[in-house]
Each structure stands twice: as structure tokens, then as C-alpha cells.
Design a protein around this ligand. Sequence first.
Ligand code: HEC
Length: 119
Amino acid sequence: MIARLLRSLLIVGTLLASCETVSFAEEIIISPRSITLPTDPFSFQSGTGQEIANSYCVICHSADYIYMQPEHSQEKWQAIITKMKHVFGCPIPQEQIAALAAYLFQQNSVSPLSQRPSP
Ligand code: HEC
């Protein structure tokens, strides 16, 4: 008797749970929402070396991460890129490091982050 009662309670519970799921699903279907994805204003800016940066630097972090860095000398950029290659495994070919260092050094002064209006 008790087993029977428990079984029917279980069935009612399951039915209730599935009804809830259905109405939840309906709610999702009948209330469409639109979202606007943010555009990425922080891709690498045009310039000689942009392609190298796009090929090898956004594998692990975004362009704005690099634009957020303080201003560095060209030698310092070269050292950072060399560190990315040898310590973290960035696959940039050795012969492209100097060109990329020149590009990143130049990007320091044209960073889209520094052109943002102050809040
Ligand atoms: C294989 C992954 C990987 C790639 C590819 C890579 N990085 Fe990094 N980068 C890292 C890691 C890991 C850190 C360290 C983050 C931390 O310390 O929190 C880092 C940190 C940095 C920093 C912060 C300063 C520093 O010295 O730690 C700069 C600047 C930087 N990367 C620039 C670059 C540039 C430029 C490239 C393209 C040549 C590049 N990264 C490619 C993994 C990578």
C-alpha cells in the first residue's frame, strides 16, 4: 500500500517536473531576444608588421592586452617577443622578430586605447 502510494507520488512529481520544463522551454521560444555583440575596436592597427602580430600574438592573448602595455623601447619589445617565443612557445620565426618589434614600438604611440576619451 505504502509502496503504491509512493509510486503514484513519484509519478505525479515527475509529471509536474516535466510540465515545468515544458513551460520554461515555451517561455524561451516565445520571448525572442536580440543581442548586439560588441565590435572589437582593439585589433592590431594597420602598419608594417600588422600581419605578423595577427599571426602570432593573438594566439594566446588579445590585441588590446598588448596595447595596454606601457611604452617600451624597440629593444624591450624585441626582448618580450623573444621571451614569448622561448619561454611560452610562440611559434614566430626568428627572422620576423625584429620587424614585429619595430611595429609594436610604433604601435605604442598610436594605441587606440590612448585615443579613448577620458571617462
Ligand atoms: C603561446 C602563448 C603566447 C603567445 C603566442 C604569445 N604570448 Fe605573450 N604572454 C603569454 C603568457 C603566458 C604571458 C604571461 C602572462 C602573465 O604573466 O600573466 C604573456 C605575456 C605577455 C606580455 C606582458 C609582459 C610580459 O613580459 O609578461 C606581453 C607584452 C606579451 N605577452 C606580448 C606578446 C606578443 C607581442 C606576442 C606575439 C609575438 C605574444 N605575446 C605571443 C603567452 C603568449
